[in-house]
Design a protein around this ligand. Structure first.
Ligand code: GLC
Length: 411
């Protein structure tokens, strides 16, 4: 091998005042949730590696639901384990991680480039504790082809949705076709399941850290979800359904309507989807007489306080939360952008045309209660929703239990 050109290049680099690349021979490990397109993030990491010779980034995935991931990370971080440098965190967690001292703050970061909800979620006591990975909200996915075939408009209320399912399923006469898939398993997503019709009645759960529980609204929310099962709109085992189960059954062509987050779009349009080209996405229905409401989701990049590569990890997080990365993930993984202008970007809209209307939905989405004891709040709500859907608790008892238990937690 002729080494002269290499020596020449090194020499000229030295003459120009460059030394070796800033993070030569650095290895970074990034934790990504397995549900949120790790294979697409890999491409973004490849671009980072290409721009930063000497830095190698590997991915660790784990847990297919938010609370399973949190449990895993809690174990790692409680042990002060330094093996993970960068962590993806559900939007409900940066405050908790910062309070535990598990993330390193970013100094001097201008958060005004991001959608305000994410600037806020990542700023704790005036410190930027993580940077946005992607935005999120819950939407109503529907089978455009079936609605058109049966002359049905996308429903604006849950009652209209029930009527639409009865009409479509009555005519299709296909026992494998479920009317509505939603999340009834005792996962983090079931907290949002409960809150959607609750909020839609104009009620709040917590105001200024104080519980503002409306029992009638809670009973009505739980009754609504249970009625989908009892009336055969949703399948009997909905209490076992997690977010990615909804994504899979919809993608297999077995569901008319589905409540889901933005990531499900990319796979629904992939070549192994039974419904590519047949899917519409719109705002969630409201309760009759109420307003449509959705849950604010999203994920954030934090640098582990125990990482031995703080500077390199921060540089990587800056890259992962950049506009270019947000655009790439929106266009290739249907993860909603954290930059307002990308909701009008031609390449993004080519891949996900419905993103044109999604910014307004994200901007009016409601955050889950912000409290240091969020884990307990979540547990109470999601296990009760699950018990009601499984038929072991009535909606009235479920609402009473949520109220009593939340009163103790949020005293
Ligand atoms: C989505 C949201 C996240 C939410 C989770 C619940 O991943 O982005 O915020 O907690 O779903 O299942």
């Amino acid at each position: 091998m002729n080494i002269k050109p290499i020596v020449g290049a090194l020499l000229s680099a030295t003459v120009l005042g460059f030394s070796a690349p800033a993070f030569a021979d650095t290895e970074l490990k990034v934790y990504i949730s397995s549900q949120h397109q790790p294979q697409v993030w890999r491409k973004v990491l490849d671009q980072f590696e290409a721009a930063n010779p000497g830095t190698k980034v590997t991915i660790e995935t784990g847990g297919n639901t938010s609370e399973a991931q949190a449990q895993y990370l809690n174990t790692i971080m409680s042990a002060k384990d330094s093996s993970l440098d960068v962590l993806i965190l559900d939007v409900i967690r940066p405050a908790q991680f910062a309070a535990a001292g598990w993330t390193s703050p970013f100094a001097g970061k201008d958060m005004s480039v991001y959608l305000p909800a994410y600037a806020e979620a990542n700023t704790v006591d005036g410190k930027v504790v993580a940077l946005p990975a992607f935005a999120d909200s819950m939407f109503l996915y529907y089978r455009k082809d079936l609605l058109e075939k049966h002359g049905v408009q996308p429903p604006k209320t849950w009652d209209e949705l029930k009527a639409a399912v009865k009409k479509i399923n009555g005519a299709e006469n296909n026992p494998d076709l479920q009317g509505l898939s939603f999340q009834g398993k005792a996962i983090e997503g079931a907290v949002c399941t409960f809150l959607l019709p609750y909020w839609s009645q104009g009620k709040n759960l917590v105001d200024n850290g104080k519980l503002t529980f409306d029992k009638d609204a809670a009973v009505k929310s739980l009754k609504l979800w249970k009625s989908f099962v009892d009336e055969g709109v949703s399948k009997k085992n909905i209490a076992e359904v997690a977010t990615d189960d909804t994504r899979k059954e919809f993608q297999a062509g077995n569901v008319v309507f589905a409540v889901n987050w933005s990531y499900a779009w990319a796979q629904s349009q992939s070549k192994d989807s039974a419904v590519a080209g047949k899917v519409g996405v719109t705002r969630l229905p409201a309760v009759t007489g109420g307003e449509s409401a959705t849950c604010l989701g999203g994920w954030e990049w934090g640098v582990s306080a125990y990482s031995k590569n703080q500077d390199a990890a921060k540089k990587l997080v800056e890259y992962l939360s950049s506009k270019d990365a947000s655009k790439y993930m929106a266009a290739n993984g249907s993860l909603l952008p954290t930059y307002a202008s990308l909701y009008q970007d031609a390449d993004v809209l080519k891949a996900a045309p419905w993103f044109a209307d999604a910014k307004q939905v994200v901007e009016t989405a409601k955050p889950r209660p912000v409290t240091p004891r969020y884990n307990e709040v979540s547990e109470v709500i999601r296990t009760t929703v699950n018990a009601v859907l499984a038929g072991v608790t009535t909606p009235e008892d479920g609402a009473a239990q949520i109220e009593a238990r939340l009163r103790r937690i949020l005293r």
